[in-house]
Write a protein that binds this ligand. Structure first.
Ligand SMILES: [Zn+2]
Length: 284
């Protein structure tokens, strides 16, 4: 196996499914994707998931829309949100852009459509019309789930207008929580590490980037970096739901995690790189 960023051979990581690049620090996972498989979805309490993420997401989405407006071409008007999930980004972006989403999870997309949010069911770019282009393409917590990321980036290049803008919002391997999870995994506590890769979820992460190796990859597919920034990764509001939403979590264990994160780690988060980054690129 070779690194998708720098083509160096990958080394064994912290699990049989985890590999890392010693040259550029890219990390990869061989975890199976199972979108639309009912059994995998039944493991997640969708209501808890929605509540837990909403407060955090809506605030970061407002920031991302503002940054996109700032760094996109002044005439940029049309926006595509790939993997638009519950439609929150689309709702935030409407007003600043003419926004449309594509979402492969049929049940999630149907809920948006019922609310009047413009979403097409399917994958990017198959769900688009022939020759359809956008001024902005956004991936919120999506690009790290796509196994063939180079072909996704090529499709973005093809589907963007001249000088179009690509916005990637994704987890960072430099983040405090991810680095701590690796420390724990090394001493045999694998829970947080598996959780951050979303192992066992319908669509786990298959890549972990940092801003440098991500930019190297994206620039090699015909883009240039315009701006990158960090987002707050943990909010107290919704934290309990976030810790308990997945399967049969032990309540005492979740309570311990809550105490550690809220009063132990969260005060430290400002001192270390965040677990969430946003990178904005322009099509060359
Ligand atoms: Zn590499």
């Amino acid at each position: 196996m070779t690194c998708i960023v720098c083509q160096s051979p990958l080394s064994a990581g912290l699990s049989s499914w985890h590999h890392t690049c010693r040259n550029c620090a890219y990390e990869s996972a061989q975890l199976a994707v199972a979108i639309n498989h009912a059994a995998e979805h039944a493991k997640i309490d969708e209501d808890a998931r929605e509540t837990s993420l909403k407060a955090l997401r809506q605030e970061s989405f407002r920031t991302i829309v503002a940054l996109t407006r700032q760094f996109a071409a002044p005439h940029a008007h049309t926006l595509l949100d790939v993997g638009s999930a519950h439609g929150w980004f689309l709702e935030t972006a409407t007003g600043a852009f003419e926004a449309v989403g594509v979402e492969p999870d049929e049940a999630v997309a149907a809920k948006c459509i019922a609310r009047g949010v413009p979403v097409r069911i399917g994958y990017f770019p198959q769900a688009l019309a022939d020759g359809e282009r956008f001024d902005v393409i956004v991936f919120n917590d999506v690009i790290e789930h796509i196994p063939d990321i180079r072909s996704a980036l090529r499709n973005c290049h093809e589907r963007l207008s001249p000088n179009g803008t690509l916005v990637l919002n994704l987890p960072s391997s430099r983040g405090l929580f991810y680095r701590l999870s690796k420390l724990f995994a090394r001493v045999g506590l694998r829970g947080p590490f598996d959780r951050l890769w979303q192992k066992g979820m319908p669509s786990p992460h298959v890549h972990y980037f940092n801003p440098v190796n991500l930019t190297k990859l994206v620039e090699s597919e015909g883009f240039e970096l315009r701006h990158n920034t960090e987002m707050e990764a943990v909010k107290v509001e919704g934290l309990w739901q976030r810790l308990t939403m997945f399967g049969n979590v032990h309540r005492v264990k979740a309570a311990l995690q809550y105490v550690c994160i809220r009063w132990g780690l969260r005060p430290l988060t400002g001192l270390f790189p965040s677990d969430i980054i946003v990178c904005i690129y322009r099509k060359r």
